[in-house]
Design a binder for this molecule. Structure first.
Ligand code: PMP
Length: 431
């Protein structure tokens, strides 16, 4: 029956549909870390709605919160409400103490890319400058601006880029160094390159309105920013008066073991972008948290109809409570160690370039056999894993990285099963 659904949808839906191509199943229901298709096959879901379902599918406490709120009202523009009040309180309280009194919230709506747009627009308004600096391999969404600041060129090659003034610089630890350095030696050369370009009056780069960066590039293939790179980037942008926008759309809400990934770098961003897992149950909501110095918008300067999703607010406040009550961040750290232990055998594998990750965001970068199309091995692993009962996503340049984004409350037993399926898939599909 999955095949019927896939066929019917493929006739009616845009050619741009993507997941059904590599994960050809039609979903009937889901619960926790599992998805059941319309034929009754059960899969472990290590995609989790692209990192959205931080507490798995249909977490009972979140379902209760949503249903309860639905009985009251569901949509409220940007009027205050008890649900919005609780959500706001929770989001601000998740910030490191020093930022709690300094940061304000703006509700953008309703996707990550919308919040990226808002962040850049706010920085442009605040600085009166127009350019933006972003990093190679970064991903920030598929709206025109989100795409413009995305450093994965394949994502936008067919579209003439109508947003001028975006400059891309190399990202640390990328393994594809545009300065020609290997991963062992590159760590911070790229930040030196950016420093020189920005400080040199003849460097060819005007002071930008913002620098936007991910602490771990997710779509870029799980590439963790180097610590020194991030610290020096913060120092540089601070000294030059450039707002630093940290995109925590994918890394936020506990994904990397702390509520925000930037906490592990000891830096304080000027703007934080968050979305995906904010509601914990897939109710769309996106926010920016920003230093009050940047609170320069006139009333109505950034509106949007869907900025009052009460169901997302109710679920999000509850999700944060569950994260604390159930020590979900502790689970992220323990399961992370478990994934590392289980996948470490791959580090000696002839066809594996690297195994890397932080928290519950992991990537296995595969090497294609000489002469075969780039990404073919990873695609075969993804298909074989699906047949074995595991849903995983691909990412990185040429989609050569198999990515794991399980729910953050995943159990040790499920992690074990998933790792076994993945290891078998890699073994079987290796060139
Ligand atoms: N930023 C990052 C870091 C992301 O990973 C994504 C989505 N994968 C986005 C922005 C865009 O979010 P959305 O798809 O909700 O617009």
């Amino acid at each position: 029956r999955s095949v019927e659904f896939l066929d019917r949808q493929s006739r009616r839906e845009s050619n741009a549909r993507v997941y059904p191509r590599h994960l050809p199943i039609a979903v009937e229901e889901a619960s926790g870390s599992f998805v059941r298709d319309v034929d009754g096959n059960v899969f472990i879901d290590f995609l989790a709605g692209a990192g959205v379902l931080s507490l798995g599918h249909n977490h009972p406490d979140l379902v209760r919160a949503v249903v309860d709120q639905l009985g009251r009202f569901s949509h409220g523009l940007d009027l205050p409400s008890p649900a919005k009040d609780a959500f706001t309180e929770v989001q601000l309280s998740m910030l490191p103490a020093r930022l709690q009194d300094r940061m304000k919230i703006h509700f953008c709506g309703p996707t990550g890319a919308n919040a990226v747009d808002a962040a850049i627009k706010l920085c442009k308004t605040a600085t009166g400058r127009g350019d933006v600096i972003s990093f190679q391999g970064g991903f920030h969404g598929t709206t025109h601006l989100g795409m413009a600041v995305t450093g994965l060129v394949a994502n936008k090659a067919p579209v003439r880029n109508g947003v001028p003034g975006v400059h891309f610089f190399p990202f640390s630890n990328c393994g594809d160094c545009s300065l020609g350095l290997s991963r062992d030696t590159c760590a911070t050369n790229c930040i030196g390159f950016l420093e020189r370009a920005l400080r040199d009056p003849n460097g060819g780069v005007a002071l930008p309105a913002a620098v936007i960066v991910e602490m771990v590039q997710g779509e870029g293939g799980v590439v963790m920013a180097d610590e020194d790179f991030v610290r020096r980037l913060r120092k540089l942008t601070w000294e030059l008066g450039i707002p630093l926008v940290v995109d925590e759309v994918q890394t936020g809400c506990g994904r990397t073991g702390t509520w925000f990934a930037f906490e592990q770098y000891g830096i304080e961003p000027d703007v934080i972008v968050a979305s995906k897992a904010l509601s914990g149950i897939g109710q769309p909501v996106a926010i920016i948290l920003f230093d009050e110095r940047l609170d320069v918008w006139a009333p109505g300067a950034h509106t949007g109809t869907f900025r009052g999703n009460q169901l997302a607010f109710a679920a999000g406040a509850e999700a944060a409570r569950v994260v604390e009550r159930d020590d979900v961040l502790g689970n992220v750290r323990r399961r992370s160690e478990q994934v590392e232990r289980r996948l470490s055998v791959l580090r000696r594998h002839r066809w594996v370039r690297e195994v890397r990750g932080r928290g519950l965001m992991w990537g296995v970068e595969l090497i294609d056999a000489p002469g075969s199309p780039p990404g073919e091995f990873a695609q075969r692993v993804q298909s074989r894993a699906l047949r074995g009962g595991l849903i995983v996503e691909l990412g990185g340049r040429d989609d050569v990285v198999v990515r794991l984004l399980p729910p953050l409350n995943v159990t040790a037993e499920v992690v074990d099963m998933a790792c076994t399926i993945l290891l078998d898939a890699i073994e079987e599909c290796a060139p």
